[in-house]
Design a protein around this ligand. Structure first.
Ligand code: PGA
Length: 253
């Protein structure tokens, strides 16, 4: 049985005041969603505040990105060791915004996955197709390419140290969620591709859905056999909505 994970990706949002308020709301609801693992990924600057406010609770936290380098002359970068220094458990790698807006290619994403894993962080590897790729019928080819890039560098067994998030780019921040059937189809494809290499890794791996997940569509998404939680953007900024999604995951077990 895979424990569901719901991770909030706050993206570039927040202030010390809004983080305090959001975490107070999330903290108040954690006991009611105990079967779901809960994590938040704030902007780097707020990680110490999140650490202070979530230490001793059941919730984990992580970064939204990290450097592929360990330390040194890399202006503006954040190392895996720094995320660990502030108690991070997770780090998102290969989010579609990093891939499309900041030019991160499959090789860089694979390098980041490797650095995160070697440091003892749990990478949340994002994969997903754009609308035009879906319309061209190449969704599976795109996902396979993104996955295989990491497997080629790390080997399939390394995937067990992390989590995969399927995030169709056309569903991110658009209000257009994949239907539970569309999402399940891709999740099953991902698990099947990994199972062809290692059944044990595939069975144990959590595959999250991301893209306009809200409390009202989360129940049906989480009910699908290969959907093991969510990576949540917009709805993670509102405690009630985030907890509503955690509740759906909690109840799906
Ligand atoms: P969204 O973002 O929930 O706002 O669509 C998800 C993500 O980008 O991780």
């Amino acid at each position: 049985m895979r424990q569901p994970l719901v991770a909030g990706n706050w993206k570039m949002n927040g202030s010390t005041a809004s983080v305090r308020e959001l975490l107070a709301g999330v903290n108040a609801g954690l006991a009611g969603v105990a079967k779901c693992e809960v994590a938040v990924c704030p902007p780097y600057l707020y990680i110490p505040q999140v650490q202070a406010e979530l230490s001793g609770t059941a919730a984990a936290w992580g970064g939204q990105n990290l450097s592929n380098q360990l330390s040194g002359a890399f202006t503006g970068e954040i190392a895996a060791s720094m995320l660990l220094d502030f108690g991070c458990t997770y780090v998102i790698v290969g989010h579609s915004e990093r891939r499309t807006l900041y030019g991160e290619d499959d090789a860089l994403v694979a390098a980041k996955f490797a650095v995160a894993r070697a440091a003892g962080l749990k990478p949340i590897l994002c994969v997903g197709e754009t609308l035009s790729e879906r319309e061209q019928g190449v969704t599976e080819a795109v996902i396979a390419r993104q996955l295989d890039a990491v497997i080629a560098v790390e080997g399939v067994a390394a995937l067990a140290a992390g989590v995969i998030a399927y995030e169709p780019v056309w569903a991110i921040g658009t209000g257009k969620t994949a239907t539970p059937e569309q999402a399940q189809e891709v999740h099953a494809f991902i698990r099947g591709r990994i199972a062809a290499l290692d059944v044990g890794v595939a069975e144990g791996l959590r595959i999250l859905y991301g893209g306009s997940m809200k409390p009202d569509n989360a129940v049906q998404l989480m009910a699908k056999p290969d959907i093991d939680g969510g990576l949540i953007g917009g709805a993670a900024l509102v405690a009630k909505d985030f907890l509503g999604i955690c509740q759906a995951a909690h109840a799906s077990l």
